[in-house]
Design a protein around this ligand. Structure first.
Ligand code: EPU
Length: 419
């Protein structure tokens, strides 16, 4: 297993290109199952979770081909099985996203129930209840969700909690259902909108994506199309924090600034100058120490849970005291304990972390526990005195494309070494 070695203390400077969004690519790949013909998808990030999804589709008999530019062609016409095995679902919970498309298009799906997860229980009851309300016959048996339906029927679904993949699964299922489906309390994340745009390009009738009320009028069939995935706002936000935390000057390009509002507000509160254009954002913190910021996670457009750990890292060396309140996942503070090992002063009280900024962090061997926690340890490593070693970086590879190359391009002293 590889690890990352980071020599701290370099102010990052330069430009970095943002990749396609992981959390849009995964539902779009699953959504390709709905099409009558081949779908091609561009701006796909080279990530472990994408590889896992391709493997999942391949196991079902779907033909997946990838060209050298990471354009993926998915041809669902060769499908033989409607099955997502435990061994893949346990490595990637987003596999649940095939449930809605399989059921809507082929009338059956056997999908392993994801278990708990490092960051929280993360049940899928809302996905299941929504499909049942659309007429599906669903049993949980032997750890699997076994779902059957002739043709799903449109329904009015009021989601208990705002759920991103839940909204996506139900929206995909509704595209081929008989009649109108209304999803109330829908997730408004840009990735939900990107998936909706992809489905609309295939011929789906969807209105209201990006609001909390999505209306889908079922159609008989969807056609194959080409679609380009939107840029990754969490990768973008992570590099902006990297610029700020190192007192550097970083420009991200090929990004969507309008998806970064909550992050930019916090960077400005931390004392950074932030400028943006059509598809770029620049953060400038040269010669300054960040000020502590308070963040509270909530569904989009509020501050994203996927950026919480990165801002916690910023607070560790900022002037003042910052609080981080995590309202989405009940166990998303593992990075706090690792950062303490680097000298951070963090007190945890339930879902709140109180962080007293210290003058410096010191390098230590630390362990990545989940994707965004890993990103925060990389950020902490960039400012710590000495050489930080991060183990279990397969978590990082699930969601950050060539992170060591992109950071090295900004001047960081970072390398991947075999363990
Ligand atoms: N929830 C339920 N029941 C359900 C579904 C969700 O109680 O049936 C709860 C969850 O336990 C959680 C809350 O609802 O407390 C919100 O979870 P959500 O369903 O929105 O999360 P998700 O769809 O499983 C996606 C992203 C996550 C991101 C969250 C929140 C994908 C593939 N994953 O997960 O991304 O943190 O939304 O924005 O889109 C990551 O990229 O590192 C990551 C974890």
């Amino acid at each position: 297993m590889d690890k990352l070695q980071i020599g701290g203390g370099v102010a990052l400077e330069g430009e970095v290109r943002i990749s396609g969004a992981k959390n849009a690519t995964l539902p779009i790949l699953a959504g390709a199952l709905l099409a009558d013909g081949p779908v091609t998808i561009g701006n796909v990030p080279h990530l472990q979770d994408v590889t896992t999804t391709i493997e999942l589709l391949g196991r079902m008999g779907v033909t997946v081909t990838i060209d050298e530019r990471m354009r993926i062609e998915v041809d669902p016409s060769t499908i033989r099985e409607y099955f997502a095995p435990y061994e893949l679902v346990k490595t990637m919970r987003a596999s649940i996203l095939v449930l809605g498309p399989l059921l809507a298009r082929f009338g059956r799906a056997d999908v392993s129930l994801p278990g708990g997860c490092a960051i929280g229980a993360r049940p899928v009851n809302i996905h299941v209840a929504g499909l049942q309300a659309m007429g599906a016959d669903i049993h949980i048996e032997g750890g699997y969700i076994r779902a059957r339906a002739e043709r799903l029927k449109g329904a009015r679904l009021v989601l208990d909690t705002v759920t991103v993949t839940g909204t996506e699964n139900l929206m995909m299922a509704a595209t081929l259902a008989d009649g109108e489906t209304v999803i109330e309390n829908a997730a408004r994340e840009p990735e939900v909108v990107d998936l909706a745009n992809f489905l609309i390009a295939m011929g789906a009738k969807i209105a209201g994506a990006g609001t909390d009320r999505v209306v889908i009028e079922g159609v008989r069939a969807l056609r194959g199309v080409h679609y380009e995935v939107l840029p990754d706002r969490i990768e973008a936000g992570t590099y902006l924090v990297a610029g700020a935390i190192t007192a550097g000057h970083v420009r991200i390009k090929h990004a969507r600034p309008e998806h970064l509002d909550a992050v930019v507000v916090k960077l400005r509160e931390a004392g950074a100058s932030v400028a943006s254009g059509d598809n770029w954002v620049e953060v400038d913190m040269r010669g300054r120490r960040p000020r502590s910021v308070d963040v509270r996670t909530a569904p989009y457009p509020a501050f994203p849970t996927d950026m919480q750990a990165q801002f916690a890292a910023l607070d560790t060396i900022a002037s003042g005291v910052g609080t981080v309140v995590e309202t989405i996942f009940e166990n998303r503070f593992m990075h706090m304990l690792e950062m303490r090992r680097m000298g951070a002063e963090i007190r945890l009280e339930g879902n709140t972390a109180i962080i007293h900024g210290v003058g410096r962090l010191t390098a230590a061997p630390v362990m990545a526990t989940d994707l965004r926690a890993s990103a925060s340890l990389v950020l902490a490593g960039l400012i710590a005195e000495g050489r930080t070693e991060i183990e279990r970086i397969y978590h990082i590879d699930r969601g950050y494309e060539t992170i060591e190359e992109k950071l090295a391009q900004l001047g960081a002293r970072i390398k991947r070494v075999p363990n």
